[in-house]
Design a protein around this ligand. Structure first.
Ligand SMILES: C[S@@+](CC[C@H](N)C(=O)[O-])C[C@H]1O[C@@H](n2cnc3c(N)ncnc32)[C@H](O)[C@@H]1O
Length: 133
């Protein structure tokens, strides 16, 4: 079943209670400026160690040893700058999507995807849960 093979990378619960949508917009507006001026992709909010631990776990669980088993689809909820999506694409995941309610985050994520040549990653502004503050 496709839905069972879809991984949900959900970072929103911590973030939603910590920041409002307008503060995320402010943060990503600044990161967009930084990216334009010196190519900095911005914050990996839970740290690169955590990101690479998740990627290693996914590899262990889903990378096919014989190359026959298709990799799962991945939906990254609250993708921010999209760095997780870019890494997944580079690891061979073909069906990767990132959503975030910050339009600035999605704009930045699109630039980050261009830089990583991660052409297949789908990105969309989407407010998926809770109430906007
Ligand atoms: C802590 S950051 C994590 C960003 C990225 N995943 C990372 O690891 O660097 C949380 C992200 O979730 C987004 N977010 C929080 N609540 C959301 C909601 N209800 N709908 C859509 N996006 C949301 C924020 O805009 C922010 O980009």
């Amino acid at each position: 079943m496709h839905i069972c093979r879809t991984l949900v990378n959900s970072f929103f619960s911590l973030s939603s209670s910590t920041f409002s949508s307008s503060s995320w917009d402010d943060a990503y507006e600044l990161e967009l400026k930084n990216f334009s001026s010196h190519g900095d992709e911005g914050e990996v909010w839970f740290g690169e160690d955590a990101l690479f631990r998740v990627l290693r776990w996914l590899d262990k669980k889903f990378q096919p040893e014989d190359g026959t088993d298709p990799l799962p689809s991945v939906l990254d909820l609250g993708c921010g700058n999209g760095v997780t999506c870019a890494h997944l694409s580079a690891s061979g995941y073909k069906d990767v999507a990132g959503v975030d309610y910050s339009a600035a985050a999605i704009e930045l994520a699109k630039k980050v995807m261009e830089k990583h040549e991660a052409k297949d990653v789908k990105l969309e502004v989407w407010f998926f849960l809770g109430s906007k503050r």
